[in-house]
Ligand binder design. Structure first.
Ligand SMILES: [Zn+2]
Length: 175
């Protein structure tokens, strides 16, 4: 995922890893993970149903990033990235800073939400495509989300290594 970084208030939405780690115990994390996976899968279904396929230049970027199945990716423009209905999951998404009103993009395997103000930004799509490649590398929702969310809770978003990797790819492709 990617937040809007140029607006100072965005700092408020960025999770403090160690603080969040104190608020979400390992037991709670294990309880949250299947809920997060189910929510992510449901969102992907919606995006794959309603979203747009990648354009030719976006497919070229997807291939540069190493995505195996660029043809499966869909982009869905939304006024705001949706939050989960489940109160526990919703609170975790807000606490980690993963989803806020300022979130510009969110990737659920092959489904990518793009916030309408950021529609058309190559850099954002490249960033989210880097996350698609990570989902493929990890082999699916459960294994990717377990690692990614664990990093966001213990290290913090945006310092999480998987987040840093996506930023690095973004910087390499969009100089
Ligand atoms: Zn990201």
């Amino acid at each position: 995922m990617k937040g809007v970084r140029l607006i100072p208030v965005a700092k408020l939405a960025v999770g403090d890893g160690p603080l969040v780690a104190r608020m979400i115990t390992p037991e709670q994390f294990q309880a949250l993970l299947p809920l997060a996976c189910a929510w992510a899968e449901e969102q992907e279904r919606i995006i794959l149903r309603d979203g747009l396929p990648l354009t030719a230049p976006q497919i070229a970027d997807a291939k540069r990033i190493g995505i195996t199945h660029p043809e499966r990716v869909r982009l869905r423009v939304v006024d705001e990235i949706p939050l989960p209905d489940n109160p526990m999951l919703r609170r975790a998404a807000e606490m980690t800073g993963l989803i806020s009103p300022l979130t510009a993009g969110l990737t659920l395997r092959y489904g990518i939400f793009i916030q309408s103000d950021s529609w058309g930004e190559r850099r954002l799509v490249v960033h989210e495509l880097a996350h698609v490649a990570q989902y493929e590398r990890f082999g699916g929702f459960r294994s990717f989300l377990e690692q990614y969310l664990h990093e966001c809770i213990t290290i913090g978003y945006p310092e999480a290594p998987l987040e840093q990797e996506a930023k690095q790819i973004e910087n390499e492709l969009c100089r």
